[in-house]
Design a protein. Sequence first.
Length: 302
Amino acid sequence: MSKKVLVFGGTGYQGGSVVRELLKDDSFKVITLSRNPESEKCKELKKLGADVIKCDESQPKEEIEKVMKGCDCVYLVTNSQGYCEKEIEYGIKVADVALKCGVKHFIFSTVPGPNKLSNGKFKSPDLDNKVEIEQHIRQLSKSNPEFISSFVIAPWYFQNFINYYQPEKESSTSDKYILKWACDPKVSLDYGDIDELGLLVREIFKNPIKFSGETVPFSSEILTPIQIVEIISKVTNKKVSYQFIDPVEYGKSYDLEVSLMLAFFNEYGGFNIYGGDRSIAHNIKKLTSFEEYLKKINYKLD
């Protein structure tokens, strides 16, 4: 008998990967939520076999409960950018409803929390909010052992270097490029093709007892910014250099939330501060490297 899985954020990077991967396996029936079920992304998911229902985590408990009744599993990724101040409230609400509805296995996409790990020196709402939600879910499982919870940590997406952190020309007439970012050039962070996250989530859903209470990092490669630009140079045959921008200045000119994250990671490093076994994801499948990813999408600098 197939497991009925409710996936939040099915039209986003993480949730979309989870939906698509679960639909490849006949042992899962997938439901996902959207504020606009008639969007092109939702239509694509419907074609693949997902049920798309008009709802999201901002809805009242009663509405979420209607959708969640009868579900065996839930995958939750919360959206800081959409409603940062409400993220903790929404995440806790979904977990509470899942317990009430008899959900057997709950997977939450979490992150290392700067405030807790640095004893208050660094703060990032985008990261710290998720830690608060994780702690609540863990307490629910501790008090209700039949409510199994597991956790995944997503890396910095390879996709970010296509959509957000694009190298730019040194000048309008130059054939040389610069990647400007706030990651210390000597700091190694975890990266991956987020489209492959679903492989890991599917494995966890298939083995609830094995992964009960576990935090599993998804990491294809551990790279410094210097290695990033070297790979981009190799694939594009363009000269790409790296320019470090102090996180404070980066936050003023580019992206405040990313600057807060990188200020923390520059001092504390990547997933190593959180623990967890990186090899689990690699043992499921050979994960795509950054070089392989760029070649796969035929990446070019114009």
